[in-house]
Design a binder for this molecule. Structure first.
Ligand SMILES: C[S@@+](CC[C@H](N)C(=O)[O-])C[C@H]1O[C@@H](n2cnc3c(N)ncnc32)[C@H](O)[C@@H]1O
Length: 329
């Protein structure tokens, strides 16, 4: 959501006032003033992402979160995507090594920059769409168990009770996959960029698959394993290093906000080794890599995947996001 013009003008005026008036006139030392300016910029960033109401809610949520202040980036020194080499990877490493951090990793501010940032407003929209599937509540009975691991920020939702809004997004994607491709039973599924494995769990816990292959960075996959072990039997799951993906043949490949965040080089590797080997596909696409890492554009991807087409991302979480699908029934 965008900041309204009036709000921008107000913030800009406030900044001009703070910069121009000598600090002692309105408060304390230069240091306090710089801290206040930083705080103001932070509010403006949050406001831009969440909108006026969401910004205040997000600020309140952040008070219940913790931060990995000044941590070094994770041990992984490559750069294969937007989230590679960031503090996000470091949080994954620490959560695997330290049970205390694992018990609250989903409430870490740096982790929430990459995952776990679905707002209540979007949670409600995802729920409305998911509930069009008559099985949604049954599916959610399993998915809801994810809330018991990693202490996510949760809210109360009508019909389903208290949950992390992110889990509702996983429910919505599961329902949409079934609507587009039919029941997933007996399928071999591959997922590119799995995060802590919430989508994988939502699918594996509700459908009788032949196999599920998860691609991500090694430190992220270590955390995914640890997370999933708490909820399911993972002996049937395959975890593959996403920096140099080995080929997999699957019926369905999925990727949400992940394949579209990889470098062009990695995208080409996945296209050759994983995507072109899948009869069906579902890719939630944003423009991050296209704009920041010279990744493919949507039209290039549509050209490279025979039979693919775009459907709207509903709800739309960012301008120009789409879902790329192929092999639908
Ligand atoms: C924004 S998150 C999305 C996670 C998940 N799909 C979800 O919707 O909850 C992007 C994911 O892509 C992963 N990623 C980064 N580099 C990757 C690579 N080379 N191969 C596979 N996944 C990668 C990140 O570690 C992260 O888990």
């Amino acid at each position: 959501m965008k900041c309204g013009l009036g709000a921008w003008v107000n913030l800009a005026l406030l900044e001009v006032v703070l910069i121009t008036i000598p600090s002692k006139v309105y408060f304390g030392t230069q240091r306090t003033r710089i801290q206040f300016m930083r705080y103001l910029l932070k509010i403006r960033r949050i406001w831009r992402i969440y909108g006026p109401f969401g910004a205040f809610q997000e600020l309140a949520i952040r008070r219940s979160c913790w931060s990995l202040e000044n941590a070094e980036p994770g041990a992984n020194k490559t750069k294969t995507s937007i989230s590679d080499s960031t503090t996000y990877v470091r949080v994954c490493e620490l959560a695997v090594a330290d049970p205390l951090i694992f018990s609250k990793f989903r409430r870490c501010l740096e982790y929430r920059l990459i995952l776990e940032h679905v707002t209540v407003r979007f949670g409600k929209k995802y729920l409305k769409i998911a509930l069009q599937n008559s099985m949604a509540l049954d599916f959610f009975a399993q998915i809801k168990l994810q809330n018991n691991v990693g202490n996510p920020v949760t809210f109360h939702f009508k019909t389903i009770g208290r949950t992390s809004p992110t889990s509702i997004r996983y429910l919505k994607v599961l329902c949409q996959l079934i609507e587009l491709f039919g029941p997933l039973d007996d399928m071999r599924i591959s997922e590119i960029g799995v995060g802590f494995g919430g989508q994988a769990h939502a699918i594996v816990a509700n459908q009788n698959l032949k196999s599920y292959t998860l691609y991500d960075l090694p430190p992220v996959l270590d955390l995914t394993k640890k997370f999933l072990k708490n909820l399911a039997d993972i002996s049937n799951l395959k975890f593959i290093d996403g920096r140099n993906p080995e080929p997999t043949k699957s019926n369905l490949v999925i990727s949400n906000y992940a394949f579209s965040e990889l470098t062009r080089e990695l995208q080409t590797m996945y296209l050759d080794k994983v995507i072109s080997n899948a009869e069906m596909g579902y890719i939630t696409w944003n423009e991050l890599s296209y704009k920041e890492l010279d990744g493919y554009s949507v039209s290039e991807i549509l050209f490279l995947i025979p039979g693919s087409r775009i459907i709207p991302e509903e709800p739309l979480t960012y301008p120009n996001n789409v879902i790329i699908v192929w092999g639908t029934k």
